[in-house]
Design a protein around this ligand. Structure first.
Ligand SMILES: Nc1ncnc2c1ncn2[C@@H]1O[C@H](COP(=O)(O)OP(=O)(O)OP(=O)(O)O)[C@@H](O)[C@H]1O
Length: 225
């Protein structure tokens, strides 16, 4: 099995593209979903956030106030770094656990939807291919404002906290153009899907596991003879 890192900019269409990959039968691990799970009450990252940012970033019922925390970190790079140092290792650990479950089920590859793949670099050593979902800046801005009900200024601040999409396109293996309608995007997803299916990178891990098993059992056999 091998991992494909799916990334892009905020509201560039990663979830939309991930759904299309799932419709084609690919398992997807969603870093955003995991990011919400690791800050639930009782999780180690939850306690660390309380210790670092204080009680003001929590609702009265104890749940994390994501909007309040978002406002703080999107306008303050050092606070953003502090939060990242807490949540990124927890996200990475849980992602690798989910990936391991798919490995045991025998999938050829797993799509890992990681919005900040190139910014944090945490998961980069584990992925064989990177795919960027791209759309022009003005389209990204209008989709973000519409979806999240944000002012232009707030939407711009969120976009600026990430690497520009054009830079990510230079770093990745494949670009999926999401400027057009959904039908066009589906076609781009199918093309990338075919390329992944024809990759033989999953054999590296399979042969590695096989060689390891042969060595272990061979060693055991000769030791017990
Ligand atoms: N090709 C498209 N045509 C029209 N609208 C689109 C298209 N792709 C995505 N959208 C819309 O743009 C918004 C952002 O898309 P999506 O949620 O997939 O982005 P995302 O990159 O996953 O966002 P986030 O950064 O929050 O994770 C959504 O409202 C979605 O419906």
């Amino acid at each position: 099995m091998f991992l494909v890192g799916l990334t892009g900019g905020i509201a560039s269409g990663k979830s939309t593209v991930a759904k299309e990959f799932q419709a084609l039968g690919c398992p997807c691990v969603d870093a955003d979903l995991i990011a919400r799970q690791v800050v639930e009450p009782g999780e180690p990252a939850y306690e660390k956030i309380k210790g670092t940012f204080g009680p003001t970033v929590f609702h009265e019922n104890g749940l994390l106030n994501r909007e309040k925390l978002g406002q703080i970190i999107f306008h303050d790079a050092s606070k953003r770094q502090q939060l990242n140092a807490i949540v990124h290792p927890a996200i990475k650990k849980r992602m690798l656990r989910e990936v391991l479950q798919y490995l045991l089920k025998g999938y050829q590859f797993v799509i890992c939807d990681i919005p900040l793949l190139f910014e944090t670099k945490q998961m980069l050593p584990f992925v064989s291919y990177t795919v960027v979902v791209y759309c022009d800046e003005d389209k990204q801005l209008s989709r973000l404002m519409q979806r999240n009900g944000l002012s232009e200024e707030d939407a711009q601040a969120r976009m600026k906290s990430q690497l520009p999409l054009s830079e990510k396109c230079l770093l990745c293996s494949y670009v999926i153009d999401n400027n057009g309608d959904l039908e066009g995007t589906k076609q781009h997803v199918k093309e990338v899907f075919k390329k992944m299916k024809s990759s033989r990178k999953h054999l590296v891990l399979r042969f590695g596991i096989l060689a390891f098993a042969v060595c272990m059992f061979g060693g055991l056999y000769f030791a017990l003879r």
